[in-house]
Write a protein that binds this ligand. Structure first.
Ligand code: NAD
Length: 500
């Protein structure tokens, strides 16, 4: 890991391969949520920056689209090499700016981000069409890039979001305008800085600023051919309305309130570990968190005893310390939102079994830390069981029979992740099939397998990422039909050859 953080005190907009000053002249502070310190300043972009970025991406598109697969592969694989070589640097950027424990940034975020580039480095070779034959004709289906794509990402796992968005889009020959979050984007800007010499100018443009100031200009520009978004439902609605202007496709990766179901025959130690990990990983700021924990009533007490013991021993502290297991919430707005739910739960009739308050860490008085918290006596219609809290907070519900727990699990506007703990194989498959959600982890939570699709059911969004099928979202097909027979069909008498 780098000993001294190496980043700039201020960043401009990365457009056309150059760092340029933002149109508004205004800046936004990037902060360290563990200390309150201002780390750097970013440009508060406006519509003029959006337009310049789309101009650059549109100029770069024809050559990038026509580039050889080998060239795109070389570039994407060089990104893998560079990220591996400076993994500590990028992990440090995310720890400083997002507040996530350094061990997570190093062992979870960065390997997953690097894996995305590795997976899609081979994709340029696989983007071929197909041919079909019919009597007298051959059909060729070409697969083509879309053009300029706009990608908008959130603040919770910036490097994973960057990688899962840009790797397939680049592989497919699109050019990109990427807008990271204005709260956490140090690692993304450092990525643009390091890769500037690698990608042809304009292929990847990074514009920063508040969403509404950039969003409309980006998404309604008639040269933009797609929006790939990860973030909240309200922003998704706005973007979908804007995308309707020029009728462009979208993929939406939104929030979750995933069910984590513990059956009476489960390995309770493994299940308690999984539930604890789901509560504290990235401070609970994970869209896939199993934040509704359904425990079979027969094992409830034993299971909760195990889980509370683990949570009580979680090391909350300086995200830079290698021992820390729970870091700082990413922003004061996010911490206040979480504390609001800690207040609302008891008012709705739930009880706090452990945690429940802001955590104070010696030496970090400004730190935005929250204790890992379990709510019990929760009903599925309470706000704490239905709304995404995005903090280290898990709501525990109990159940008696399988049909009931599947019904309760599916009684949510969301459907993104989920967990299931049982030793009964047929039950595991039966329940996994019945759950309305994009991912189900059986007997290990957050058990990511590289190359598998991730995406939502219901209001968790649509479109899949992280897997080969994302390439469908970044390409179009064109059908070309070649007639192999000579002469006219002879449909009209005047066209028939006259006999000699
Ligand atoms: P958000 O919607 O507030 O912001 C996401 C991005 O959209 C940011 O870059 C923001 O600046 C931008 N934005 C906001 N308003 C905009 C507008 N009018 N036009 C254009 N851009 C706009 O979400 P957030 O708070 O940053 O992220 C948290 C949310 O993201 C949670 O709901 C979480 O579940 C979700 N998330 C989902 C996944 C997934 O894969 N499904 C992954 C991570 C996070």
């Amino acid at each position: 890991m780098s000993a001294t953080p190496d980043y700039l005190p201020q960043y401009g907009q990365f457009i056309g391969g150059q760092w340029v000053e933002g149109g508004s002249g205004k800046t936004i502070d990037l902060k360290n949520p563990a200390t309150g310190e201002v780390l750097s300043r970013i440009s508060a972009g406006n519509a003029s920056d959006a337009k310049r970025a789309v101009d650059a991406a549109a100029r770069a598109f024809p050559a990038w689209a026509a580039s050889a697969p080998a060239q795109r592969q070389d570039i994407i694989y060089e990104i893998v090499r560079r990220l591996k070589a400076r993994i500590g640097h990028y992990a440090l950027m995310d720890t400083l700016n997002n507040g996530k424990p350094i061990s997570e940034a190093l062992n979870f975020d960065m390997p997953m981000a690097i894996e995305q580039f590795a997976i899609f480095s081979g994709a340029p070779w696989q983007l071929h069409g197909e041919s079909l034959h019919s009597p007298g004709s051959i059909g060729i289906v070409h697969r083509e890039p879309l053009g300029v794509v706009v990608q908008i990402i959130p603040w919770n796992v910036p490097m994973i979001m960057l990688a899962s968005k840009i790797a397939p889009a680049l592989a497919a020959g699109n050019t990109i305008v990427l807008k990271p979050s204005e709260i956490v984007c140090l690692s993304v800007l450092e990525f643009a800085r390091e890769m500037a010499d690698l990608l042809p100018p304009g292929v990847l443009n990074v514009v920063t600023g508040y969403g509404p100031d950039l969003g409309e200009a980006l998404v309604t520009d008639s040269r933009v051919r797609k929006v790939g978004f990860t973030g909240s439902r309200p922003t998704a609605r706005t973007l979908m309305r804007l995308a309707a202007t020029n009728i462009i496709p979208q993929t939406m990766e939104l929030g979750g309130k995933s069910a984590n179901i513990v059956c009476e025959d489960a390995d309770l130690d493994a299940a308690a570990e999984g539930a604890a990990m789901s509560t504290v990983l990235n401070k609970g700021e994970v869209c896939l968190a199993g934040s509704r924990l359904f425990v079979h009533e027969r094992v409830r007490d034993e299971f909760l005893d195990k889980l509370t013991r683990i949570l009580a021993a979680i090391r909350i502290g300086d995200p830079l310390s290698p021992d820390t297991q729970l870091g700082a919430q990413a922003s004061s707005m996010q911490m206040e939102k979480v504390l609001g739910y800690l207040d609302a739960g008891p008012k709705e009739g739930a009880r706090i079994l452990c945690g429940g308050e802001r955590a104070r860490v010696p030496g970090l008085p400004q730190g935005l830390f929250v204790q890992p918290t379990l709510f019990v006596d929760v009903k599925n219609d309470m706000k704490i069981a239905q709304e995404e809290i995005f903090g280290p907070v898990t709501s525990v519900l109990t159940w008696k029979d399988e049909e009931e727990v599947v019904r309760m699990s599916n009684d949510s506007i969301y459907g993104l992740g989920g967990g299931l703990w049982t030793r009964d194989l047929s039950r595991a498959h039966r329940m996994a099939c019945a759950l309305e959600t994009g991912t189900v982890w059986i007997n290990r939570y957050y058990n990511f397998v590289g190359g598998m699709p991730i995406g939502g059911y219901k209001q968790s969004g649509f479109g899949r990422e992280f897997a080969h099928e994302v390439l469908q979202h970044y390409t179009l097909t064109k059908s070309v039909v070649i007639n192999m027979q000579e002469g006219p069909l002879g449909l009209f008498a005047a066209a028939r050859p006259t006999s000699a």
